[in-house]
Ligand binder design. Sequence first.
Ligand SMILES: Cc1ncc(COP(=O)(O)O)c(C=O)c1O
Length: 437
Amino acid sequence: MILNKDDLHASLSDPVLDSMNFLNEITCRYPDAVSFAPGRPHEGYLGVDDIFGFLQGYLAHLARGGIPPEQVLSAVYQYGPTAGRIRELIADWLRKDEGIQVAAEAIVVTVGCQEAMLLALRALFTGPDDVLVVPAPCYVGITGAARLLDIPTVAVPEREDGIRAADVAVAVTAERARGKRPKAIYLMPDHANPSGATMSPQARTDMINMAESLDVLLLEDSPYRLVSGGLRLPALKSADHDCRVVYLGSFAKTAFPGARVGFAVADQQVRDACGRVGLLADELSKVKSMVTVNTPSLSQAAIAGLLIAADGRLSEFNTRTARHYEAALRTTLEQLEKHFPPEGGAHVRWNRPSGGFFITISLPFKADNAALTRSAECGVIWTPMSYFYPQGGGENMIRLSFSYLKLNEIAEGIGRLARFVELETLGPQGEQPGWHA
Ligand SMILES: Cc1ncc(COP(=O)(O)O)c(C=O)c1O
């Protein structure tokens, strides 16, 4: 049987999915290129044997808590509760590291933050008039999940300090005026992916106030905050007295992505037709029971062991890793300054994020897939920023991810980027400026 692509869900024809395939394919085709494309965490500080230590640490923790041996066995070998086995440990960590006070019952452990996004969107969005407000540019995980669920998104352009409440308020009001229901705003307050932008303290307060006054929910996603050095601003969820924030958590950067463990904090109350009140987390669990049943017990055990080893302080556990990211960010900026001096006339501009994994660069020519292929031939790979603007934008911009590269690889990669930019702007014979413009 031959299936017609047009008969499959429309999201499968979304250019973003093709773009991601293209990026993977380019990376495989040019294995010697320095790749600034993947947002992978640095692996330098964990050893293969550590995983056994984490598992044993969790099992010992259960035994110390008086759990009978057969239940300890089940904790790794069996199906588990849909909402997760390690909610207490996550609640303890959130309290110690983030000042977020939530009951374990308000947490659902998920298969990565990605599943938390999917569950939240499925539960909150009910029909074609419900819209999700997202920043532009935006992390493709959320826009892609919305696309899978046929949830329309409305893009609000980010400023230098991230998405602003006043801009969101304008978008929400405009959507309501045309009969739509903006249900939630997705935001990445710290070192956003892809822009690197961080919201100021005032912008955070304004956002919470705006959510209360316009009666919308905020979906807060901040995987980079605990692995970044410098001043750490409070999570929106830590000041969320009216339960406006659904917190979408990830252990991919603070622990390791191989576990695929994330979580949602959903402490909002939900009242049913009979007046019974439960938590949004209970509803997310129901969705989860039909998506992944439960997050693998083995993965939860590994993350739990790490949380126990760190005594619930992942920020301290990540001190060395955060220092590596700081050095990688600094090196990338220094190399950009070296290779693109202001007097060089290359018209290359970049931002200076205070942390995270990403820098964005604007180039004096179109940074599309064709340019990426030519760049890979020069030995350097990056992500076109246009991938992060579902409604258009970022055509001359690229994202560099420096997180998993060694400092010498960064230096080599930026040198190659400079050669690529030179070739693009001078033309093949060095006589036609802007030949790909
Ligand atoms: C903004 C954002 N959210 C979430 C994640 C991680 O999601 P997961 O826990 O599913 O790996 C990433 C990682 O790339 C990200 O950049």
